[in-house]
Design a protein around this ligand. Structure first.
Ligand code: HEC
Length: 156
């Protein structure tokens, strides 16, 4: 009986001793696996973001009158400095949720010719004015009919 116990003890000792590097090895493998999964996921999301951006760029390039181009122009051409980035108003009236922009023709003429304390923007291209109109109408307000470059040209 004593013999068996001793052997078991020795065996347990050997096992414990032998297990340590195995456990350490397992730990390292797990860590490596976790890291490579994290890396792979990172890579996937990066390439997804890139392809979404490429698609969006292609769409924007294909349509210079899109509301997305209009958002950039609204800021770049100075509308936002008087009306706010989200059309919330400032030196100029609030144009988000403003029924005045429901009338596309009136909006185009307002941008082309200004009025009151608003300067004219006739130096912009038909496409730029159409894009800004589409941004103002679809993003800042809930109109869905789009303005075309031809609609703008008709008022010049
Ligand atoms: C220098 C400041 C200024 C800039 C820049 C400006 N606006 Fe205005 N905007 C005004 C003012 C002031 C009015 C009100 C004029 C009035 O009728 O007395 C106005 C009026 C408007 C209206 C009519 C709102 C209504 O209730 O009738 C729209 C739409 C509008 N602006 C859009 C734009 C767009 C789009 C741009 C850029 C292309 C722009 N504005 C640039 C100052 C500005």
């Amino acid at each position: 009986m004593t013999d068996t116990t001793e052997r078991t003890d020795v065996l347990a000792g050997v096992k414990r001793f032998a297990l340590r590097p195995i456990l350490a090895g397992l730990g390292a493998v797990c860590l490596a696996a976790t890291l490579s999964i994290a890396y792979a996921e990172d890579n996937t999301s990066t390439s997804e973001a890139t392809s979404t951006e490429t698609a969006r760029d292609a769409e924007t390039a294909a349509d210079p009158t899109s509301a997305e181009v209009g958002r950039e122009q609204f800021e770049f051409q100075g509308c936002a400095s008087c009306h706010g980035l989200e059309g919330e108003g400032g030196a100029g009236p609030k144009i988000a949720g403003n029924p005045a922009v429901n009338n596309a023709d009136a909006l185009i003429q307002r941008i082309l010719f200004g009025g009151g304390d608003m300067p004219p923007f006739s130096h912009l291209t038909d496409e730029e004015i159409a894009a800004i109109s589409n941004f103002v109408r679809t993003e800042l307000n809930s109109r869905s009919e789009l303005v075309t470059a031809e609609d703008v040209a008709a008022f010049r």
